[in-house]
Design a protein around this ligand. Structure first.
Ligand SMILES: Nc1ncnc2c1ncn2[C@@H]1O[C@H](COP(=O)(O)OP(=O)(O)O)[C@@H](O)[C@H]1O
Ligand SMILES: [Mg+2]
Length: 325
């Protein structure tokens, strides 16, 4: 039996702009077990990053968490003050972003940046810190770690910088890593190497990971569980196998249709028609109805709840598709 590490209930994060209220995350429930990798997938603007920022306690005005509960290791993060959250962010939950250049400071050496976390949250000596930095760099596949520690970020390639970021994220042995589009800025070959490395490391350290990506192909190879988001809600959720091989939501099927490898039997790649609607003025009914090939009248007036199709596999759709192939 594994224990639940993160437990989110009824999370709503809205942005109060002059133009109106953007319901970026609108009632999301999920959990992540210790050592588990959860993929969060959906087109751009679906609220994936806002989920990550909400967990980290980094929602800033005009954004606000309206309601819900984020239990991490039994503690509701929404009840913690900023000082406690800073500690949790430094030690227990780490975040990896898309662009390694924005997370690294160009003016400091890799060693300075790696040691920062250790200085804040441990009482290691200078020698111990350096040793740990070298171990971490070696672990993420950077050769000559002693020399490399003295380098500045611009002396590394994009893929190498992302390896450094991963090393920094792992420096405090966090229980959870939130990786938001960690490989989107990289070439395809490098992307595959980095994903493989991340998977190996989190599994070895038994670190749980939330892997956020717009690319279902990425989560299909990496994750234990997958949740699919659309307009701030979860539309389908299940094991990797439930989603990749047995998905039933027309939106998930649309996302799968845009993966070359999985769509080989089709003559050309399908794209989901239309655009993501503005979450400020969602029409009544299912948010996906206007773009859905399977929508009927009921879908345009009523909003389907997320409900179990079979144990562990949930879907928010009145007319789940039988077979998509
Ligand atoms: N700081 C902000 N101010 C206003 N709206 C925001 C802000 N950050 C995100 N949003 C809105 O929240 C929604 C979800 O955004 P996001 O989580 O970044 O999407 P994703 O990561 O899935 O691409 C989008 O409609 C986006 O425009
Ligand atoms: Mg995002």
């Amino acid at each position: 039996m594994t224990d639940t590490l993160l437990h989110i209930r009824g999370l709503k994060t809205y942005f109060h702009t002059f133009a109106g209220v953007i319901k970026a995350v609108d009632g999301v429930d999920f959990s992540v077990d210790e050592g588990e990798i959860l993929g969060v997938v959906g087109e751009s603007g679906c609220g994936k990053s806002v989920v990550g920022f909400s967990i980290m306690g980094l929602t800033e005005p005009p954004g606000r968490i309206e309601s819900g509960e984020i239990r991490f290791n039994g503690v509701n993060l929404l009840d913690q003050d900023e000082r406690k959250m800073r500690k949790i962010r430094g030690q227990e939950i780490a975040m990896i972003f898309q662009d390694p250049m924005t997370s690294l400071n160009p003016l400091y050496t890799i060693q300075d940046q790696m040691e920062e976390v250790m200085k804040l949250h441990s009482d290691m000596s200078a020698e111990q810190r350096k040793k740990r930095c070298m171990e971490l760099l070696a672990e993420v596949g950077i050769s000559q770690p002693e020399t490399r520690l003295k380098n500045y970020p611009h002396q590394f390639s994009g893929g190498m910088r992302q390896r450094v970021i991963i090393a920094i994220a792992l420096a405090s042995n966090p229980k959870l890593v939130i990786a938001d589009e960690p490989t989107t800025a990289l070439d395809v070959t490098i992307q595959a190497q980095i994903l493989k490395l991340m998977k190996r490391l989190v599994k070895e350290h038994r670190t749980a990971m939330i892997l956020i990506t717009h690319d279902l192909a990425v989560v299909s190879e990496m994750t234990d569980q997958i949740m699919v988001m659309y307009c701030g809600r979860i539309v389908e959720k299940g094991t990797r196998d439930d989603i990749i091989n047995r998905c039933r939501h027309p939106y998930t099927i649309g996302l799968l249709g845009s993966i070359p490898k999985l769509a080989t039997r089709q003559k050309r790649l399908r794209q989901i028609p239309g655009m993501v609607p503005n979450v400020m003025n969602l029409p009544p009914g299912c948010a996906f109805a206007q773009r859905c090939d399977y929508a009927r009248d009921r879908c345009r007036t009523n909003d389907p709840e997320l409900a179990a199709l079979e144990p562990g596999h949930k879907i928010a759709c009145y007319y789940p598709v039988e077979r998509y192939r």
